[in-house]
Design a protein around this ligand. Structure first.
Ligand code: FAD
Length: 314
């Protein structure tokens, strides 16, 4: 019920304006978003690295149908990577970037896939010059084939381009099999988007079982798995399975979102694991924040109270 209400909230233009315009709401969002600018992204990256964490930076924005906007997002990533390199924050992949295909052109009315492929190639070239990598985020299930196709194209020149597999999709164990080869960086997450009828598992138990199955495939393979989850049970399963198959801590990593379970991020890193924090920044924080709200409705209470000027909830 609440989940449906939040989806409706995210679709409403009026509520969008209300939420975006409310200064207190920005305070709430600040817990999950580094800030509006690349300066904010660099500041947060430095702070997280000082705590022994790795970082992937996401310049917020998606679903553009405007070629100029796709070019501007690409330019922002290229500039960001230059700054990360110059500041010494990117070496050995300590800070990398995550990119959505629809933010750099996939949905353009003409030549969308070609434009996205070219823009992602540009971003990979900038990452390579800075000594780091790029991971292609995965969006809804209608974009999976195109995104994997772009991955295959760009990997010919930049084999360290990573991708994301979502365990809520029925096809994912098979995709993991295809991607579990040497040098292949694969982030495994549960999936944050709606899906076409029949494409996804319906229950949490099925999605979790699929996650466990996918993680076994990735750990048994020869690639570099990146376990993106805050779910304590799946974190344990991943760690246990890695030991069972003789994986060294350097041969895989955990990933969590900025502001979510920070103590657990530090606990895992303190135990010798590689832990990467996904840090979004930029002014276009609405869609990202709404997905986070949907996952954890307790945050919605704070946002709605803040938006209505009711002060912090107890
Ligand atoms: C690094 C990273 C990258 C991602 N990239 C993608 C992507 O490319 N494509 C995609 O579809 N999805 C992506 N996701 C989102 C992912 O698919 C899930 O929607 C999200 O991670 C929540 O699932 P979970 O595995 O944490 O498990 P859940 O079952 O949602 O949560 C398990 C537990 O984690 C805690 N928790 C989870 N979410 C929150 C929250 N918002 N606030 C506070 N506590 C919380 C709670 O204790 C909860 O009980 C990414 C997630 C991460 C961590």
């Amino acid at each position: 019920m609440l989940r449906r209400a939040l989806l409706a909230i995210s679709a409403s233009k009026r509520i969008h304006q209300l939420v975006v315009g409310a200064p207190l709401t920005r305070d709430v969002v600040a817990r999950f978003v580094a800030g509006d600018s690349a300066d904010d992204a660099l500041r947060v990256t430095q702070a997280l690295q000082a705590e022994g964490l790795l970082v992937t930076l996401d310049y917020l924005g998606e679903d553009t149908v405007d070629p100029e906007q796709a070019a501007a997002v690409t330019h922002e990533y290229v500039r960001l990577l230059g700054r990360l390199g110059a500041a010494g924050l990117a070496s050995a992949g300590r800070a990398e970037v995550s990119v959505k295909a629809t933010a750099v052109g996939l949905d353009l009315p003409e030549h969308g896939e070609k434009t996205a492929t070219e823009n992602i190639t540009r971003i990979c070239a900038a990452a390579s010059a800075a000594g780091t990598t790029v991971t292609l985020d995965m969006e809804d299930d209608t974009r999976v084939d195109a995104t994997l196709h772009i991955l295959a194209q760009v990997r010919q020149e930049f084999p360290d381009l990573g991708c994301v597999i979502q365990s809520y999709l029925r096809r994912s164990p098979e995709d993991c099999e295809a991607l579990a080869f040497a040098g292949s960086r694969v982030r495994l997450c549960k999936g944050a988007y709606g899906a076409t009828e029949g494409a996804a598992f319906a229950t949490r138990a099925q999605i979790d079982r699929s996650y466990a199955r996918c993680l076994r495939v990735l750990l048994n393979g020869e690639g570099y798995p990146m376990f993106a989850t805050h779910d304590p049970r799946l974190v344990d399963i991943a760690g246990g399975r890695a030991v069972a198959v003789g994986r060294s801590p350097a041969s895989f990593e955990y990933q969590m979102l900025y502001g979510i379970r920070p103590a657990e991020q530090l606990r895992l890193a303190g135990g010798g694991a590689r832990v990467r924090v996904y840090v979004p920044y930029g002014r276009d924080w609405y869609a990202y924040s709404t997905r986070r709200l949907k996952e954890n409705p307790s945050i919605a209470r704070h946002v709605i109270r803040a938006t209505l000027g009711l002060g912090p909830a107890a």
